[in-house]
Design a protein around this ligand. Structure first.
Ligand SMILES: [Fe+2]
Length: 171
């Protein structure tokens, strides 16, 4: 990419997906608690920022221009992932016999989410590309917010999950 030119929204979000896939892969082959905790923490941070910028900026921009059901599914998937992220972030391996399993299940959830967003033609990104959206401008906003939230979360920790779709069970 040329200097000074930022990625369009979809390129930026796909880049996030690739980064987190790589971290999950590293986690699966990592040895030692310390290394695993560090990778899990990075995964949690990346996914929290990614979900936040999609929910704050990308999904609202897509609303009315892509399949509504797909958008709603993505939000529910985010909420499910946020619960696991919060759990993993809180446990950080400290004696949690389910730690590796939680990371594995999170990985599977994210793989599914990525496939739904990136699927050719019918995926959310393909629909967004076909719609009349200013992806360049959206990309700039996403990048700016991503930078801001990454700094915040690194300094203060990942905030308590804010679920946008789950309020029925009151657990
Ligand atoms: Fe995503």
């Amino acid at each position: 990419m040329a200097a000074g030119k930022s990625a369009d929204a979809i390129a930026l979000l796909k880049e996030d997906h690739r980064k987190v896939e790589k971290l999950f892969k590293e986690f699966q082959s990592a040895k030692g608690e310390g290394r695993k905790e560090k990778l899990a923490r990075e995964i949690c941070l990346e996914l929290s920022v990614h979900a936040a910028i999609e929910e704050e900026i990308f999904y609202p921009a897509c609303k009315g221009k892509v399949d509504e059901e797909l958008l709603k599914e993505s939000l529910v998937e985010h909420d499910a992932a946020k619960l696991l992220v919060a759990e993993i972030d809180a446990a950080k391996g400290a004696g949690d016999e389910y730690f590796d399993s939680k990371v594995k299940v999170l990985q599977e959830e994210i793989e599914h989410h990525v496939e739904e967003e990136e699927r050719s033609k019918s995926g959310l990104f393909a629909q967004a590309r076909a719609a009349d959206l200013d992806l360049g401008e959206l990309g700039e906003r996403l990048a700016e917010r991503k930078q801001e939230l990454t700094a915040d979360y690194k300094a203060a920790g990942i905030p308590k999950p804010e679920l946008t779709t789950m309020d029925q069970a009151k657990v």
